[in-house]
Design a protein around this ligand. Structure first.
Ligand SMILES: CC(C)(COP(=O)(O)OP(=O)(O)OC[C@H]1O[C@@H](n2cnc3c(N)ncnc32)[C@H](O)[C@@H]1OP(=O)(O)O)[C@@H](O)C(=O)NCCC(=O)NCCS
Length: 174
């Protein structure tokens, strides 16, 4: 469990599925976080939780983001963790609309970056951000992520092919 001032990153709980399924079915979140556009059924979401709750895969770390009353407000992950190259990919969703813009995303990424660098001994975190996601681009810039590249017309949604930025944050060993 990683504790901040406004939020906590805690392990997944089975009961979280009833919140996360609505976020994973939100078409705007799907677009902003570049998830696949298919609907997610209760069975699929519950099966994902069953798999993740039993997982000991060291290449993937998921946390539920909660407020200080243990109410889930989002989720955050490190995936494709490589202990050889000491890098990983970041994903984050603040799912509850009223929870956005309160500093939760900033604190969640700060906490998981510290965890990645100082507990897992990783040295670099990469995130891919679709060009229309201005709030995420601003968040990562504020956190010190730098642009490494831009994939042209990489992501299709609503009749347009959109560019995707590759951004990264390096630990002190860089
Ligand atoms: C992007 C997201 C994670 C940001 O989290 P958040 O909790 O709303 O952001 P915070 O309140 O911590 O804001 C931190 C910084 O992010 C930027 N930011 C956040 N919301 C913003 C907005 N609506 N417009 C512009 N910048 C914004 C700002 O730089 C802000 O710093 P400031 O308050 O000093 O201006 C969240 O909006 C979200 O989950 N969106 C939907 C899914 C998504 O886009 N996931 C990321 C995929 S890469």
């Amino acid at each position: 469990m990683l504790k901040g001032e406004k939020i906590v990153l805690r392990p997944l709980k089975e009961s979280d599925w009833s919140k996360t399924i609505s976020w994973r079915n939100d078409l705007m979140i799907k677009k902003l976080a570049m998830m696949h556009p298919f609907p997610i059924t209760e069975m699929v979401e519950k099966q994902w939780y069953e798999k993740m709750l039993a997982s000991t895969d060291p290449g993937v770390v998921y946390f539920t983001i909660t407020d200080n009353e243990d109410q889930p407000v989002g989720f955050i992950s490190l995936t494709r963790i490589s202990y050889t190259h000491r890098n990983c990919y970041l994903g984050i969703v603040i799912g509850e609309p009223e929870a956005r813009g309160r500093g939760y995303g900033y604190e969640a990424v700060t906490l998981i970056s510290d965890y990645a660098f100082n507990k897992l001994n990783l040295r670099k975190i990469t995130v891919e951000v679709v060009e229309i996601n201005k709030s995420a681009l601003a968040l990562y810039e504020k956190l010190g992520f730098i642009e490494e590249g831009r994939m042209k017309k990489q992501f299709y949604s609503d009749g347009a092919f959109l560019d995707v930025f590759i951004m990264s944050l390096s630990g002190t060993e860089g």
